[in-house]
Design a protein around this ligand. Sequence first.
Ligand SMILES: Cc1ncc(COP(=O)(O)O)c(C=O)c1O
Length: 347
Amino acid sequence: MGYRGISDFRSDTVTRPTEEMRKAMYNAEVGDDVLGDDPTVKKLEEIAAETTGMEAALFVPSGTMGNTIAVILGSKEGTEIILEEKCHIYNFEAANMARYASAMPRPIKSKNGEIPVEEIKANIKTVLREHIPGTSMICLENTHNFWGGSVLSMDYIKEVKEIAKENNLHFHLDGARVFNAATYLNTEVKNITKHFDSVMFCLSKGLCAPVGSMLAGNKDFISKARFIRKSLGGGMRQAGILAAAGIVSIEKMSKRLEEDHIRAKKLAEGIADLKGIKVDLDSVQTNFVMVELEEMTSFRFLEELKKESVLALPFSEKRVRFVTHNDIDDRDIERAVKSIRKILLER
Ligand SMILES: Cc1ncc(COP(=O)(O)O)c(C=O)c1O
């Protein structure tokens, strides 16, 4: 049952580091990573490079910093970045592309996180006139947070890669949850990430590390990224303490994500028949369940749910998100199903 008796479905970011991580952190060999001599950070970066099929990787404090560095290096001042309208980089990263890259978003609508290819092509500006900002970069998100943890198809990624290549655009993946995508597709992470010029993935979400994300790319990109990380205040000293947990994340915790996906499906199936809500079972691909409320507001629903020691996150006035993770077991799912049924049937 969830931590301290609470079934916390708000996000996979609430996961606590495991016993094995805590031991690895305690025993970690460390150095000064800004001076380049922390062996545990180096090991984590090597593992991350190998895992993503990239030449090199960099340990960064957060996913936001990883994406921000990618945007600074991948775009050019006064240019546009094509991204999906509801993506994290555009909506939830404190306007960093404007602040630090002096670049403009070119957000494009989609129904599931896959920006229609024709729309991408139509929005690339290569013929420059003095008043038109050209396009410098395309960003995709996989899995897609807003669209309920949806997974981009491999064919789609390959198609967009070709477009990026033809137009000489930097191709970045916000892969905060790319291990969930790989689990869903029953493939290795590198089969997804190798198509991109850069990729960010998070250690501190479903992979349970207390802190940290990885940015991967070619050697030149990562050496420049190291410089930008320092300028943003992300140079950490005895960071091996944190990297030790990250190694357990990649080597061990990535192997158990299927359990979260099965539990998310179980939760969705347990409430899909209820009147007053809509749950699209087909859209539950990974560890998210999006619930559309037909009558109640999210606020009211979550207030009632909290009384049953179940937490979830409001996504809009009528949309609530449940996320499964390592601190959610079968009893938490049973409790959530029972509580949601009680709230909706007893109204
Ligand atoms: C898709 C996606 N990208 C990036 C991030 C940013 O990660 P962080 O919270 O570590 O900055 C998140 C965080 O929720 C996310 O869901």
